[in-house]
Design a protein around this ligand. Structure first.
Ligand code: B12
Ligand code: SF4
Length: 461
């Protein structure tokens, strides 16, 4: 996904910049020539780089990442960090002899210690090689979020803009702002606020002043709040909206939220005034039994009531749902798209239940007969194999995303949310044919063009 900058890595690079002569930040998604290892190595050598730091934040392309790391210059110290690197410390050390140090958890303070040459044995939060063994130092206490400098955007070598299947929609700039870390809730499936050490990041919010200062310095016009839940403290969220309105900061925002936000109509009103356009809301399931199992803290009736309020406000609502839950049958899973339509969400994102390393559902999943977890944390059962769940996922998707849904999405964004300016609508219509062709080409390459068209326009079976 090329839309957003690598926030965590940018925090680390900014922190590194304060103690080094020069930092070069490469986002390989935007500079594909550097995915070619010889070109990358020539760049490293040619620029006198003496320490390489790599961020691995997503549990994808593991083998490709290891291959790349193993072919980096052997005489330069290689430091790796990020969510996935932390979760898989032993695996990365085993698969990549080239790695010298793995920074576990939040890396701003640790990178500074490393660059300042502190003895590894005294550096908290790292695992490192020593005399043929791997040493794991104690965790580093989590830093005060207000002590961390904001990501330095001048380190970027490219702007972040929308690209759909390789078609660049040029006039939208995107950026991400992290206004708070952690979340006070404990939904059982969620590891968002656990750093991968299993160490809970209690909710910690940055000052309103610093958030406003960061936003007012941004070039991009579409801003995502990367917080787990931007509205955890509704009074603070309202204060941020007040300041955005008072300072006439004209940006379009979207954020992740819980349905609880429906309890604050005055906040919802101000959000619309301040430029909020879309909310990504964790609904997870329509079934009370499953909501209870996930410890979500609300039931179906509360979801329905909340959406009665939310629908009155001009936001685009994307509902997150989880299917393939423990004990959930196909009929229950297929109720998701119907329920989503009933409550009035505009879009859905449905994912299979994952059981990550420190998931509070692990014990239940392991002790429920007939359920299994793959090495990558995917849950499946004797009744619903991984392939079967994937099929159900496609049925859910196609019963929600019908042609009339796409029309509704466009209608809502143009006339209700007013996401697009007039110029952008024209631009979008001009780019639309190229986007549609790129989607068709992609489906064709995946060998499922006919099936996708049939499911969209004829019958979803
Ligand atoms: C915002 C967000 C997104 C945004 C994009 C954010 C972005 N800027 O790119 C969106 C909504 C697009 C998104 C999409 C997805 N996301 Co997401 N997302 C998040 C979220 C909520 C916040 C990320 C963030 O900004 N964290 C704050 C920063 C400061 O933390 P950090 O990135 O971990 O970085 C720190 C350390 O890791 C370390 N560090 C990082 N890099 C480096 C590098 C070095 C050298 C060093 C020393 C240290 C270091 O220091 C950093 C600063 O303290 C996290 C959950 C969370 N709370 O972290 C999930 C999370 C990262 N997402 C996750 C997932 C699974 C996804 C998706 C795959 C979901 C899906 N099924 O589509 C997609 C994949 C996107 C892709 N790349 O293809 C998982 C990743 C788990 C994993 N191991 O794979 C997470 C952890 C949530 C979870 N537990 O499920 N996501
Ligand atoms: S699902 Fe949302 S509310 Fe629940 S713990 Fe995770 S981030 Fe917090």
């Amino acid at each position: 996904m090329m839309l957003f900058p690598p926030t965590g890595l940018e925090y680390v690079a900014t922190s590194a910049k304060a103690v080094t002569e020069r930092v070069t930040l490469l986002d390989l998604r935007y500079e594909p020539k550097f995915s070619e290892i010889d070109t990358l190595n020539a760049f490293i050598k040619g620029n006198g780089i003496d320490i390489i730091c790599v961020g691995i934040g997503w549990d994808r392309q593991y083998d490709e990442i290891c291959q790349l790391l193993n072919r980096m210059p052997q005489d330069i110290t290689l430091v790796v960090g990020g969510y996935t690197a932390t979760e898989k410390v032993e695996e990365f050390f085993n698969a990549c002899p080239s790695i010298d140090i793995i920074v576990r958890g939040e890396g701003e303070e640790t990178i500074r210690d490393i660059l300042l040459g502190r003895d590894p044995k005294d550096t908290l939060g790292i695992s490192y090689r020593h005399n043929g063994t791997i040493v794991h130092n104690p965790n580093r206490p989590l830093p005060d979020v207000n002590s961390l400098p904001n990501p330095d955007r001048s380190l970027r070598r490219s702007d972040y803009s929308l690209s759909i299947n390789g078609v660049r929609v040029k006039n939208w700039g995107f950026d991400a702002v992290l206004s708070a870390r952690g979340c006070p809730f404990n939904c059982k499936f969620c590891t968002f606020s656990l750093n991968p050490l299993g160490q809970k990041r209690n909710y910690a919010a940055r000052s309103v002043d610093s958030v406003i200062e960061e936003i007012s310095g941004l070039k991009a016009n579409i801003i995502m709040f990367s917080d787990d839940n931007f509205f955890t403290d509704p009074r603070r969220a309202e204060e941020i909206c007040d300041r955005l309105i008072a300072q006439k900061i004209k940006k379009r925002f979207f954020a992740q939220a819980r349905i609880d936000i429906a309890r604050y109509p005055s906040l919802l009103k101000k959000m619309a005034q301040a430029g909020f356009k879309a909310l990504f809301i964790g609904i997870e399931s329509p079934h009370d039994r499953i909501l209870k199992q996930l410890d979500k803290g609300f039931d179906q009736n509360t979801i329905r009531k909340s959406f009665e309020v939310l629908r009155k406000h001009p936001f685009f609502y994307n509902g997150y749902f989880i299917y393939g839950n423990i004990g959930e049958d196909e009929k229950e899973m297929l109720y998701i798209p119907r329920f989503a339509k009933e409550i009035g969400v505009d879009a859905i994102t449905c994912t299979r239940l994952r059981i990550e390393k420190f998931s509070a559902l692990r014990e239940l999943a392991e002790n429920t007969p007939g359920y299994h977890i793959t090495k990558r944390g995917e849950l499946y059962s004797d009744k619903y194999s991984y392939a079967e769940l994937k099929k159900i996922g496609r049925k859910i998707k196609f019963s929600f995303y019908t042609p009339s849904r796409y029309v509704k999405i466009l209608w809502k964004n143009i006339f209700i949310v007013k996401f697009f300016t007039f110029k952008e609508i024209i631009f979008l219509f001009l780019t639309a044919p190229a986007i549609i062709i790129s989607v068709l080409v992609k489906e064709h390459r995946r060998g499922r063009l006919y099936e996708s068209l049939r499911r969209t326009f004829i019958k979803n079976t």
